[in-house]
Ligand binder design. Structure first.
Ligand code: SF4
Ligand code: SF4
Ligand code: SF4
Length: 260
């Protein structure tokens, strides 16, 4: 799916090895975006909330893996929107302007333009979009308001260890390579991600998906049916058909239940 490549693209570089799991980034995001608290319960882990939610644009994923030096090794991974250059969510969205690209390359959203169709859910390879109590899309927007004013994203500014860095995407990648990281996850995936990760271990150890791809139904929709959707009933029927094929009748209801 050919997209215009964003010039002067900005990105967040996540270095999980430097993360201490303090979750200051979660708090900073909530604070800047004025997101309400979420009632959760103890699931036997410090990962809280258990997953992304309409009021949790980023979470630290906690996992334990076997280690030679210690009984277990604790891994921390910042999970949030990846701001894909080839963004499945944008490709499928039938509401003009509901999801849009900022000058810095972020995939942002307009609450008022979202029509609550939830097509973006299954178009996202990273399971990111969530929906608020009004049924409107809600996710990390790379602090579009802050970076547009030449400030750092709130989570990056707060991170005490440098596990999150923000800047020119090419410069961040070059610096991470010079530091000797084995893998820069997201350098080329989906046209290049706007959230990139520097790993010394295999990304799979941290639960990263290998070779993320956009579902073929989304590409078909983007290429052939979406143009119709902008013109009346034919497009509405096409959208309904694709919604059924891509998502099925009940899946979005299940996701809403999981968020409670
Ligand atoms: S991670 Fe998902 S929601 Fe974020 S830009 Fe990519 S496709 Fe869209
Ligand atoms: S970039 Fe902004 S919106 Fe995205 S996770 Fe960080 S603080 Fe939240
Ligand atoms: S603020 Fe930085 S060190 Fe703390 S949990 Fe977030 S990414 Fe990790």
């Amino acid at each position: 799916m050919a997209n215009n490549i964003t010039k002067n693209r900005k990105a967040i570089l996540v270095t999980p090895e430097n993360c201490i799991g303090c979750r200051a980034c979660q708090v900073a995001c909530k604070s800047w975006n004025q997101l309400p608290g979420i009632k959760t319960k103890n699931n036997g882990t410090y990962q809280n909330p258990p997953d992304l939610a309409s009021a949790a644009f980023n979470i630290i994923k906690f996992s334990e893996v076997p280690s030679q030096e210690n009984p277990v090794r604790w891994l921390f991974l910042s999970r949030r929107c990846m701001h894909c250059e080839d963004a499945g969510c944008m490709a499928i969205c039938p509401a003009p302007g509901a999801l849009y690209r900022t000058a810095e390359g972020a995939v942002a959203f307009d609450h008022d333009k979202c029509i609550s169709c939830k097509l973006c859910v299954n178009a996202c390879p990273f399971d990111v979009p969530r929906f608020d109590e009004e049924g409107k899309v809600s996710k990390c927007n790379l602090c579009a308001d802050r970076i547009g004013a030449e400030m750092q994203p709130s989570c990056v500014k707060t991170c005490p260890t440098g596990a999150l860095k923000f800047g020119d995407r090419n410069e961040l990648i070059s610096a991470a390579k010079k530091e000797g990281f084995a893998t820069i996850y997201g350098e080329n995936d989906l046209g290049g991600l706007g959230t990139i990760y520097a790993f010394k271990d295999k990304p799979k150890l941290y639960g990263m998906i290998e070779n993320p791809t956009i579902p073929s139904s989304v590409i078909f929709w983007h290429s052939y049916l979406k143009p119709l959707s902008l013109f009346g009933l034919g497009g509405v029927v096409a959208a309904a058909a694709l919604h059924y094929l891509a998502i099925g009748p009940h899946k979005e209801e299940e996701k809403e239940k999981e968020e409670v």
